[in-house]
Design a protein around this ligand. Sequence first.
Ligand SMILES: Cc1cc2nc3c(=O)[nH]c(=O)nc-3n(C[C@H](O)[C@H](O)[C@H](O)COP(=O)(O)OP(=O)(O)OC[C@H]3O[C@@H](n4cnc5c(N)ncnc54)[C@H](O)[C@@H]3O)c2cc1C
Length: 422
Amino acid sequence: MKTIPFWTDLTPPPDNLSSPRIPEAVDVVVIGAGYSGLNTAIVLAKNGASVAVMEKHTIGWGASSRNGGLATTGMKRSISAIIKRYGEELGRIFWQSSLDAVDLIEDLVNKEGVECDYARSGSLALAWKPAHYEQMVAKAKWMDDKLGHKVTLVPKADLRSEIGTDAFYGATVDEASAGLDPAKYVFELARVAVRCGAVICEHSPVTKIVKQTGGFMVHTNQGAVSAKEVVVATNGYTDKLVPQLKPRIFPVGSYIIVTEPLSPALQQELSPRQRMIYDSKWFLNYFRLTADGRMLFGGRNDLSTNLDLVESSQRLREQMLFVYPQLRDIPITHSWTGQLGITFDLMPHIGTVDGIHYVFGYGGHGVPIATYMGTEMGLLLTGQKTSSPFVDIPHQTMFFYRNNPWFLPLAATYYRTLDMLT
Ligand SMILES: Cc1cc2nc3c(=O)[nH]c(=O)nc-3n(C[C@H](O)[C@H](O)[C@H](O)COP(=O)(O)OP(=O)(O)OC[C@H]3O[C@@H](n4cnc5c(N)ncnc54)[C@H](O)[C@@H]3O)c2cc1C
């Protein structure tokens, strides 16, 4: 078993997109070459701005090349909680953004020729307990009444039409969700950004941002570039570069394994409709077939970012075999991890501190939402949009968190207890 991401093992980062040198001056420096940063860069470059994207490692090195590739509707915070907190009008706008986010990926596929095994395959949300299915029935009606969004209920008796297991108590299908190969997607975004005129500088960690007349001097270990505007798009890898940002987001680990390719008959049995699948636990599992017919199985029962990858693969394998005992004799080929960025209100945010812009906070929904938010950031900077609800909502911080997310083990125990009790 390899302890590296499967996606980049299969499709390594492109070696012909990074600029050999850092430009002297640009309109905008974007920090982080993931979905957020690259989508920001695409919008800016298309509108004639000069843009340099600084990436500490290689293109897409962060969560954008490591994730499960599930592009599901909704956000980390449930839509009912969003409506409760922000009211119906704003709640509907946030919900619509999550639908638009998947459409935006589809547009990139269709209009920019982004080849990433994208398919509008729908998602399957599975009830872990009988009570969860009852909640799903009520939520489906609520979604239809309040948002006009239809999901299909799948009672336990019909589950085998969707999934090759009897481990769950029913499900809902959302046909608006999609799936893709995350690494191919981020590499293709980089290609589009460069085609539009953006410069990408790999192995160029930004070490310091200094204010100067008319903008900033952005220092990297490869040299400095002056910029009128700076956008931080580092999500789960946000460090103390801009100290005021650290308390606004904290990193959480997510872990994934994949199996060897499965026979077509076994693929058909496990996931006949190739859905993007997740369950209803607090510490949920997410899983799907890959384009080459492997089972990808992700999750966590801890929030830490540094679990041993052999140990985490054993835990995930146990969870996978609980769902799919059919996979007992199938070897695991890869085990890896990456960092999600979580905000205290579980909402994505766009903001500005000391004149430096930031865009982050997607939880496990960043495939579509980071695409949307990066685009939104670009539209705001180019004046094509003058306001955004993601700017307007207050960005909650907590007095007890400045640098070290010491509270994560406590939170993990809390969520494990909730999984037992609710
Ligand atoms: C294991 C895992 C599974 C996931 N599964 C899903 C899923 O199935 N569906 C879904 O919607 N979401 C999923 N997510 C979340 C999703 O991947 C992220 O929300 C999304 O990729 C965030 O994109 P981003 O561009 O904001 O950040 P990232 O892709 O994390 O990019 C941030 C980049 O910033 C760079 N950086 C940091 N500091 C500096 C610096 N000082 N100078 C230069 N560069 C810097 C990093 O090297 C990194 O490449 C998953 C995440 C993980 C980790």
